[in-house]
Design a protein around this ligand. Sequence first.
Ligand SMILES: *Cc1c(COP(=O)(O)O)cnc(C)c1O
Length: 334
Amino acid sequence: MSLIDLRSDTVTQPTPGMREAMLSAPTGDDVYGEDPTIRRLEQTLAAQLGMAAGLFVPSGTMSNLLALMSHCERGDEYITGQLAHTYKYEAGGAAVLGSIQPQPVEMEADGSLDLERVAAAIKPDDFHFARTRLLALENTMHGKVLPLTYLAEARAFTRERGLALHLDGARMFNAVVKLKCTPQDISRHFDSVSVCLSKGLGAPVGSVLCGDEAFIAKARRLRKMVGGGMRQAGVLAAAGLYALEHQVQRLEHDHQRALEIAKGLEALGYVVEPVQTNMVYVQMGARAGALKAFCAQRGIILTAAPRLRMVTHLDVLPEHVESILESFAAFTRA
Ligand SMILES: *Cc1c(COP(=O)(O)O)cnc(C)c1O
């Protein structure tokens, strides 16, 4: 029985073409700046985002950490959402390793941060307070796409307030495909952008942080400091390059699968949040644990969260949708 793993889009296997690209990648010692495949990946993504430089890192967590530490010094502060990955899911790294104080604010239902709420959280220039330096947004946020008009407003706001603006764009390409826009339509509003290659893009490892030359030079130094300098990692970068060349437009299929799952669940009477990209959120409440066990017997892997998240990706095939919906139907009857 082939498993259908809906926990995350990080569970994908490298595709045959990707494995081939990895096998044949030219490599070198990247700490010496001599890995041609890593350099090509960094330059390719930076160019796509219209930014001067890129930095290949092992994970999205490290990418965000380096961004926060490059924008902020000890005793500085960044503002982000209560549910933002940088705040909630990165083990407090910016505080622990960067001595950077997070200032989380409530998020809006669409994944944005109300800029008036952000304004109220900015600290006055007074030695009682941390220095507010940065606003960090996330796009997509729980599968939701931030409107381009909002990004423009956030850019104008941060300019006016003298803050830098960082994008945790782990799933930025899902937003690009959903909006049918160019990567630069999103990235041009930000000082720095972090993109995950190992989510929907399907690479086994890696993220790329992009920004201007001085910012990336600082991040490169910090990357070494936190142990993220890798050597012949061109074999990994090759997977990322392959993903950027061959596995971006197909994200549309993931979005389609998610919509089909959501519609089917609604027809079964479940309360499903509107789907925009590759995530389906369904209210399971106290039944989540039982559902997880029930589906596991049928080869469908879920988490047990009451607000259950199911994520589609390149290993969720069109024919899997029917099995998923059948399992939910059987669970409903059971
Ligand atoms: C996954 C994710 C990250 C971190 O990526 P890792 O490679 O798992 O460290 C950061 N931000 C968001 C929004 C993510 O979904």
